[in-house]
Design a protein around this ligand. Structure first.
Ligand code: GTP
Ligand code: MG
Length: 393
């Protein structure tokens, strides 16, 4: 018996709808879709990505040889705080960065450690690059727990955070590392004469060939800070960070930049519970395991006195304030948002998150992929909020 035409049409529509839904679910579970909200229909990383606009410095046109006195390199270094036991993970990071970028530009590396670097560490890292490497110790007074911190209170607070399953809560060196990265790295004597830094960490990955001098790009375009990944933080680790920030701002209202990122920092629409638990801070931050920044900004009066205030407040030890939210709030309040740059063209991964552009220069990651692993990671993506309030520049 023939089936009536309207019924056939309905059946076909049902099949198409089912196929569409299956496609959507598969996309979500592959980590490619990060469930962009705030009205963003499409991840900008899915659109073809090229180089930033404007004049770019290239290795073909200038002298970037490693030992040249007249090199075109600007005043910049690749930096990492790292432990001897992370040698092989660091080598893997260096290989990626050399392959995609630094073999063309030969910027020097400066490695920092609270312990002396071993000879093996020095030899094996130097074997990966033609560029110069400096191996630096962190001054004791930069690493030590400040005298106003009560170790008893630290242990009690860490215990409470451990009960909330906060990773590394009772690991003192983790707190010291976060404090050093927040307010000490830019005071290290080895960085005194440098203007720009690119922070790297062991075991991160770089996926895309970058054919211009990114430090010159920062300088020529008056950029203060560059990032790849924009995330939410765990509110339990920073409950007092925003209240302390508000206190600091109340005492120093003139420090606030006219073109700041207040709405990104205080958004309470995307994750209202998060903002509530962090006492007014959205917890959105630039993931600081990647950052390219202007040291003059961090050394400047606004950021440095902000750090001093936070350090006195004790949250690097009594909570688990990370350098990522601290840098991000500092940049979000005291820098001009127009001078903060999303390096969308630098393909990057630190487990478990990615920045992966759609470009023939990239391999090893999937365009638009935001995370690898369990689906719940998708909700940690703060880019839609950032793009909405600050933009995609
Ligand atoms: N020298 C030194 N470096 C450290 C210490 N703790 C952490 N680091 C470095 O600081 C950076 C951040 O530390 P990680 O342990 O990766 O912290 P994380 O990224 O929050 O944690 P993971 O998700 O486990 O990677 C890395 O470059 C580490 O090598 C330390 O006690 N001494
Ligand atoms: Mg790490």
């Amino acid at each position: 018996m023939a089936i009536a035409r309207p019924i056939r049409m309905l059946g076909a529509a049902c099949i198409l709808l089912t196929l569409f839904l299956i496609f959507q679910v598969r996309q979500d579970s592959s980590g490619v879709s990060s469930k962009l909200t705030h009205g963003m229909k499409r991840d900008p990383l899915l659109d073809p990505t090229g180089e930033p606009a404007g004049e770019l410095w290239r290795a073909e046109d200038h002298d970037y040889s490693p030992n040249s006195d007249k090199s075109a390199r600007t005043n910049a270094a690749l930096i990492s705080l790292v432990r001897n036991q992370e040698l092989y993970e660091l080598i893997s990071t260096m290989r990626d960065l050399e392959r995609t970028w630094n073999h063309k530009f030969n910027y020097p590396y400066i490695f920092f450690n609270d312990e002396p670097f071993t000879e093996e560490f020095k030899q094996k890292t130097q074997a990966v690059t033609k560029a110069k490497i400096q191996y630096e110790s962190v001054p004791k007074e930069h690493w030590a727990v400040p005298e106003w911190i009560s170790m008893e209170l630290f242990r009690e607070s860490a215990q409470i955070l451990e009960e909330e399953s906060i990773q590394y809560a009772s690991k003192l060196s983790y707190h010291q590392m976060c404090r050093w990265n927040s307010g000490m790295f830019y005071k290290h004597p080895a960085l005194k004469d440098y203007r720009y830094y690119w922070r790297i960490e062991p075991k991160v990955q770089f996926f895309c060939n970058v054919d211009y001098d990114v430090f010159r790009y920062m300088e020529d375009n008056n950029k203060t800070y560059g990032f790849t990944i924009n995330l939410y933080d765990a509110p339990q680790t920073i409950k007092k960070l925003w209240p302390e920030t508000r206190k600091f701002l109340a005492a120093n209202p003139s420090y606030l930049n006219e073109n700041n990122m207040w709405e990104w920092l205080t958004d309470d629409k995307a994750r209202p519970e998060h903002t509530k638990d962090a006492n007014g801070y959205s917890t959105c931050h630039f993931w600081s395991n990647f950052e390219i920044g202007d040291l003059d900004f961090f050394r400047g009066e606004q950021y440095e006195s902000y750090f001093q205030h936070l350090d006195r407040a004790g949250g690097f030890f009594y909570e688990r304030w990370g350098d990522a939210p601290v840098h991000s709030i500092g940049v979000g309040l005291f820098a001009n948002a127009a001078n903060v740059h999303w390096f969308r063209d630098i393909g990057y991964n630190h487990i478990p998150y990615y920045n992966c552009p759609n470009s023939p220069k990239c391999s090893g990651c999937k365009a638009g992929q935001f995370f690898a692993g369990a689906d719940f990671l998708a909700k940690e993506d703060c880019r839609p909020t950032y793009f909405k309030y600050v933009g995609t520049h």
